[in-house]
Design a protein around this ligand. Structure first.
Ligand code: FAD
Length: 477
C-alpha cells in the first residue's frame, strides 16, 4: 500500500523534521561556521543586555553600536544566533502594503503609509547592508505575487488592491490578470492575483550569520548556549552567570508567550517549510524564473520561493498552537505532510521531484497581525514582538526603533504609530492557548475544504471566524 510519504514523495531529511537544523542554516554554517561565542559562565556588566540572537536582537545590537560605538552590548542566546526562526524562515523580506487594512484601522491613513514606507526603506537597506559588509545572503528584489487559488479569495484581493489605490499606492500593490499571474508562474491552481513591489528574497540564515559576524567585529559580546531564566529589573539571570545592565531588550519572538511582560500580546502558532531537490528545468517549464516570492490568500498562509540552485522552498502554517514553545513546533510530521500536500496541489508538474528537507518553527501571532515595539511600562526593558510570521524586514525597523528608544534619539522611527502603541491583548491562560489551538485547526480545515471545492462544516466555519468576531485582525470575516 502507498503511504502518504510515498504519495507526497517525501524523502531523506524531510522524514526527520527537527532532528537537524534547517537547510538554510546548514548551508550557511557549512560556508562559514563563524567565531566561537561560548556560554556565559561568570557575572559581567554591560550597558545593554539583549535576550535573543535572532534578527531582532542582532539588528538592535548593530544599530545601538551605530548610534553610540562606546556602548557595551551583550547578546545572550539560548541556542546559536539564527538557530531560531531567523535562520529557518521563508526568506521573504516583504512589505506592508498588504497589511493596509489593519494599519489604516489602527493608525489612520497617514500613519499606515509612513509605516509602509519605513518597511520599504528596510528592505532596501538590508540589500545595501549585505553588499556593504560582504554578506552573500542571495538578496534578490523581485517582488511579491499573491495568487488567488479559490473563488472565496477574490474579495480579499479586490479589497486589498482597492485600499492601496485609496491611499495613493497603486504602484506599490496592484491587480494581476490570470494571464499575468501565469506568465510569472504557471501553476494550474492559480487564477488571478496581485503584485506587491516590496519583496526581496534572502537566504535567511546567511543574513543572520552575516549579521552576527558584523556585530562581533564591532565589539558586541555574544554568549550562545545561554538561556536567560529571568530578568531582575534589567539584570539578565542565566544558569551560570548574570549580566548586570542599565537596559534590557526582550528579543525572544514566540518564546515571549512564557515572559510575563509579553505573554498577553501573543499566541504561538507553528509554520513549516518543505524543500524540493534542485529542479531548475521544471522551474523553466512553468516560467518561474523571475525569483518572485509567492503566496496564496489563506490565513494559514502558503508561501513559496525558489533558490539559487533551482529548488522550491514551500511553507505553510501548521495547525498547532501551544502553551509553550515545545517539540511540536519542530518535529510535527503531520504539519510537514500538510505542507507537502499544498506543494503537490499547486505544482503537479513537479510530481517526480522529491521533497528532501523539511523544518518548522514558531511564529509570534499578535491580535492585530502586526508587531509592536516599545518599552515595558516605565521600566528600562524594551521589546519588539508580534511579527506574526512576517519579521524579516520588520526586524530591521525594530532594531532601529529599539536603538533609538534606548539612546534617546529623536527620530522618525520612534514616532511611528506602532511604537509604544497600546497593544491589543489576548485572553488569559488557559483560554488563550486552548482557543488558539482550536481556532487555528478550524481555519485550516475551512480553507482546505474550500480548496477541494467542498462546503466547510458549519461549526468549523463559525469557529474559524471567532477571532474577527472578537475584534482581532486574524482569520476570515
Ligand atoms: C517556518 C517559518 C517561516 C517564516 N517565514 C517568514 C518569511 O518568509 N518572511 C518573514 O518576514 N518572516 C517569516 N517568518 C517569521 C520570521 O522568521 C520572524 O518574524 C523573525 O525571524 C523574528 O526574528 P526574531 O529575532 O524576533 O526572532 P527569532 O529568530 O526567533 O530569535 C529569537 C531568539 O531568542 C532566543 N531565545 C528565546 N528565549 C530565550 C531565552 N530565555 N534566553 C536566551 N535566548 C532565548 C531563541 O532561541 C531565538 O534564537 C517565518 C517563521 C517561521 C517559523
Amino acid at each position: 500500500m502507498r503511504t502518504s510519504t510515498d504519495r507526497l514523495h517525501l524523502t531523506g531529511l524531510a522524514l526527520t523534521p527537527g532532528n537537524q537544523r534547517s537547510w538554510w542554516l546548514r548551508e550557511a554554517l557549512a560556508q562559514d561556521p563563524g567565531a566561537e561565542c561560548p556560554p556565559l559562565n561568570k557575572d559581567i556588566k554591560a550597558d545593554v543586555v539583549i535576550v535573543g540572537g535572532g534578527f531582532t536582537g542582532l539588528w538592535t545590537a548593530y544599530f545601538l553600536h551605530e548610534r553610540n560605538p562606546d556602548l557595551g552590548i551583550a547578546i545572550l542566546e539560548q541556542d546559536i544566533c539564527g538557530g531560531g526562526p531567523s535562520g529557518r524562515n521563508g526568506g521573504f523580506a516583504s512589505g506592508w502594503w498588504d497589511e493596509l487594512h489593519g494599519l489604516v484601522t489602527l493608525y489612520g491613513v497617514e500613519g499606515a503609509v509612513k509605516a509602509c514606507r519605513a518597511i520599504t526603506t528596510s528592505i532596501d537597506s538590508i540589500g545595501k547592508f549585505c553588499e556593504g559588509n560582504g554578506i552573500d545572503a542571495w538578496y534578490r528584489r523581485s517582488g511579491y505575487m499573491y495568487a488567488i487559488t479559490v473563488e472565496a479569495n477574490q474579495r480579499a484581493r479586490d479589497e486589498m488592491v482597492a485600499l492601496a489605490r485609496e491611499v495613493g499606492a497603486t504602484e506599490e500593490l496592484y491587480e494581476l490578470s490570470p494571464a499575468e499571474v501565469q506568465a510569472r508562474c504557471a501553476s494550474p491552481a492559480f487564477r488571478a492575483g496581485a503584485f506587491m513591489r516590496d519583496g526581496a528574497s534572502v537566504q535567511p540564515a546567511r543574513l543572520a550569520r552575516g549579521l552576527r559576524r558584523v556585530v562581533l567585529e564591532r565589539g558586541v559580546t555574544i554568549h550562545e548556549g545561554t538561556r536567560v531564566t529571568r530578568l531582575d529589573g534589567t539584570t539578565a539571570v542565566t544558569p551560570r552567570g548574570r549580566v548586570d545592565a542599565s537596559h534590557a531588550v526582550l528579543a525572544v519572538n514566540a518564546w515571549g508567550i512564557g515572559w510575563p511582560q509579553l505573554s498577553r500580546k501573543l499566541v504561538a502558532w507553528s509554520s513549516y517549510i518543505v524543500m524540493t531537490a534542485p529542479a531548475p528545468e521544471k522551474l523553466e517549464e512553468i516560467g518561474w524564473t523571475g525569483g518572485e516570492l509567492i503566496t496564496d490568500f489563506r490565513t494559514s498562509l502558503r508561501y513559496f520561493r525558489t533558490t539559487r540552485d533551482g529548488r522550491v522552498a514551500f511553507g505553510g502554517g501548521g495547525g498547532r498552537a501551544r502553551r509553550s514553545v515545545d517539540d511540536m513546533f519542530t518535529h510535527d510530521a503531520r504539519a510537514v505532510a500538510e505542507t507537502a500536500e499544498g506543494f503537490r496541489l499547486m505544482f503537479p508538474s513537479f510530481s517526480g521531484v522529491p521533497i528532501e528537507d523539511a523544518w518548522g518553527g514558531p511564529i509570534d501571532v499578535s491580535p492585530t497581525h502586526l508587531p509592536t515595539f516599545g518599552r515595558v511600562g516605565d521600566s528600562s526593558v524594551y521589546y519588539a514582538a508580534g511579527y506574526t510570521g512576517n519579521g524579516v524586514a520588520p526586524t530591521h525597523l525594530a532594531g532601529q526603533v529599539l536603538a533609538d528608544l534606548i539612546t534617546g534619539a529623536d527620530s522618525d522611527n520612534v514616532r511611528l504609530p506602532m511604537v509604544n502603541a497600546k497593544a491589543m491583548t489576548f485572553p488569559p491562560e488557559p483560554f488563550r492557548s486552548w482557543g488558539a489551538a482550536v481556532v487555528r485547526r478550524a481555519m485550516i480545515e475551512k480553507e482546505t475544504a474550500e480548496e477541494h471545492g467542498r462546503q466547510p462544516n458549519f461549526l468549523v466555519a463559525q469557529l474559524a471566524r471567532t477571532p474577527r468576531r472578537m475584534g482581532y485582525f486574524l482569520g476570515p470575516d
